[in-house]
Design a protein around this ligand. Sequence first.
Ligand SMILES: Cc1cc2nc3c(=O)[nH]c(=O)nc-3n(C[C@H](O)[C@H](O)[C@H](O)COP(=O)(O)O)c2cc1C
Length: 507
Amino acid sequence: MKLSYLLKGVKSARVTGVFPRRGLPSCNSHKCLSTVSTASYHGKQRASYLPYLILGVSAFVVASHQTVQNDTKRKSNRRIIVIEDDVDGEDEDEDEDNEEEETSEEREERLEQERQDRIKNKPPLSQIFNISDFEFVAKQVLPPGTWGYYSTGSDDEFTLRENHYAFGRIFFRPKCLVDVTKASTESGDIFGATFDAPFYCTAFAGSPMAHPDAEKNLILAAGNEKIPYLVPIQCSYPLDTFMSFAKPDQENFHQLHFYTEEQLENAPAYFKNIEDNYPNIKAFFINVDLPCLGNREKDSKIRAALDPSVNDGLSVFAAPTIKYLNLTWTDMEKLKNSTKIPIVLKGVLRKEDVLKAAELGLGGCLLSNHGGRQLDFAMPPIEILAQSRKLLRENGVKDEDFKMFIDGGIRRGSDIIKALCLGADAVGLGRPFLYAMASYGQPGVERAMQLLKEEMLRDMKLLGVNSVKELNEDMVDIESLKFKGISSSDILYNSNYTNMPPPPFTK
Ligand SMILES: Cc1cc2nc3c(=O)[nH]c(=O)nc-3n(C[C@H](O)[C@H](O)[C@H](O)COP(=O)(O)O)c2cc1C
């Protein structure tokens, strides 16, 4: 294997999709994502990485030699081949020469061609076994600028990682000898609706960069799988067109945020329109986590590395200048009094605010840190959930009177079950469905939903429960939940452990 190959890794390309039809800044020039020079970026890094890499690999070879004599020769030979290839530098020089000769247009074309090849040769859906597989494929087929926008967290991304890792600190206490032949993932009652499973596709901007049909994939897949979709206010279709894609009996939620005082003043009229014309929208989820935008540094860095002159389109998402309306509890009370549809606060991050929302008579809270994209070091929602239900119950708020949702880092059926055990009525997933859509369109989103249902059902049976109603705190051990950032590593075990292979590309 050659160093040049290792360093090239994921290649970049020009964006081919269109950005929003409506409501969002246009990116039709594609310049914002005409990324282009991942290779030259990597190229620049090469010179400085090379000595370290050689030193590192050499040290590894020496260490292996001392510890495992018998096996050393074979192993080190393999490693040395890597080094010799690189130290020898023939291919490397050749590559560099080629790069020097290549104009930026040629490079752009080559990178785009390479991405198109990956799109053509992507693994069939039948090779996708879990949500991480979708992520792997999306990372390969999306232009790097788009990938950066989707995958970024804020600042150093502690919260982004903790969202997911927190689930790894909860363990199950399964019951044995239970008849689970009738187990079902069907949700409980959520604002008068029931679904095939208690998870939903959450609201996110930027779908048109993933697929030309954008959010249409999501609402159709959600309808076929009987899963709720949190229809985003930043949808790239006008609301009436978009809702016409839904099945007549398909029930959904609607996410809202406000940019201006005028929009806030017009909210009652907007609510009335929904009440009169879209009775299948069962709740409004209003953002309370957007007094300003988080510092999505990875996104900015990737774009800057790709093209320092880029200053339009997508950058507006990460720009500190974008202004949302600074809502307060007083606004929320007025909003609540202006509609019959239950209001859920999206982005609550402390149990005291959950109680306040319940006392205000709101419909529920969605514990969310925006997928780690707003305040870094905000707590993982699953941990706040464990505290919040307890506080609500202590204050006499019945579970059925106040709905709890969480999102962020949920990637497995077991994560969904853990959240239900700790008092969630349903959980939201964002990037998983975004990546499934980017890689495979509507069938991908449906497959992602099916996988989660299958995982949920299997785990419920293994837990010894038949329905989501039976999932409660007694089924989990959360002793370690509060110990954030701690990971134990069994080096011996890990050195023998083989990583799960990613889904194979056909070429
Ligand atoms: C690319 C992207 C765009 C998003 N845009 C919005 C948005 O416009 N409004 C909103 O309320 N949340 C938005 N979110 C946050 C999601 O609603 C949700 O909180 C988050 O994705 C959950 O984390 P997960 O991606 O780990 O599942 C966005 C998330 C992503 C990844």
